[in-house]
Design a protein. Structure first.
Length: 304
């Protein structure tokens, strides 16, 4: 099945969590001069228009980046993410939202590498075209092109399988982001198997898995299975913007499971997650959780 298009969900609360955490991980890796590699197994289109096309159908960005756009009290770690989105909207109007590849491209340095996979035939074409335009814009500004040479490689194919040949990266430093659409039940198993295999090839790598929090066994079991993998440490964070809907449909909660997380991440999450619940929460069911094994924190929205 290849029906999933992320454009419908661009900029929603799940994207806020995923991209905020991803930016924190990339910034940490960038603290050392040694190059690192960013690998995105399900890159999508890379950039999404919020004022037209699929994104306007359900306007899901109103559950995520929308309420954060004009806030003046953003915690510093969250402000980094919002500022990056605003760089793509110099007019000040919220028109474009960056996917994970664009977030990474903005943060990675000249010596770092991006390896992007996308299987959907329409999405991969848009991804390649978006990076071609980014390359042309960089050249027009007098900067070295971004997509030429070895810095960015875009591959049309299965990221689960393609990842194997890239691990370990040459510098032995890197972040792997795995966020399939989970439109088929087998994605849950493949995520676990891919991370398990990845850790054997690259035991010191940072692996970040985004997943939907749903009332179904495979969704509930995924983080528990990831906890049992052999790694130096893990951190699991979830964000719920509301309680479950009566009909059980719709995504109200999602999580990020990070293996080999930087020591700074937990502190950033403890600063940002209560704020996200306060600003993005839609009812008393809004909440967050941070589970680092030895420490667990659960926070809920105040009753209104």
């Amino acid at each position: 099945m290849l029906s999933y298009r992320h454009s419908f969900h661009a900029g929603n609360h799940a994207d806020v969590l995923k991209h905020f955490v991803t930016i924190q991980l990339l910034n940490y890796l960038g603290q050392k001069d040694t190059a690192y590699t960013y690998i995105d197994t399900h890159a999508g289109a890379g950039l999404y228009a919020l004022d037209g096309g699929y994104a306007t159908k359900n306007a899901e960005f109103e559950t995520g980046i929308g309420p954060l756009w004009d806030r003046k009290d953003l915690p510093a770690p969250l402000a980094e993410y919002v500022d990056l989105v605003k760089e793509l909207n110099p007019s000040g109007k919220m028109r474009y939202y960056p996917g994970s590849p664009y977030c990474a491209e903005k943060i990675l340095r000249e010596q770092d590498r991006l390896r992007l996979f996308e299987l959907h035939p329409s999405e991969i074409k848009i991804l390649a075209e978006n990076f071609r335009k980014l390359d042309a814009h960089s050249a027009a500004q007098g900067h070295r092109p971004t997509t030429r040479g070895k810095r960015v490689i875009i591959t049309a194919g299965d990221g689960f399988e393609g990842l194997k040949a890239l691990l370990p990266p040459p510098s032995r430093r890197g972040l792997v982001l795995i966020d399939p659409p989970y439109e088929v039940k087998d994605d849950y198993r493949r995520v676990k198997d891919t991370v398990e295999d990845g850790l054997k090839r690259f035991p010191t790598g940072v692996f970040a898995v985004w997943y939907p929090v749903l009332n179904r066994p495979d969704s509930k079991q995924l983080p528990e299975r990831l906890k049992r993998l052999q790694a130096n440490g893990w951190l699991n964070v979830t964000l719920s913007v509301s309680g479950p809907s009566p009909d059980g449909f719709g995504l109200h909660s999602s999580g990020m499971f990070i293996i080999n997380p930087p020591w700074t991440l937990e502190a950033s999450l403890r600063e940002v997650m209560p704020y996200l619940v306060k600003v993005l929460g839609r009812d008393a069911g809004a909440s967050f959780s941070i589970d680092a094994g030895e420490t667990q924190t659960i926070g809920r929205a105040r009753k209104k």
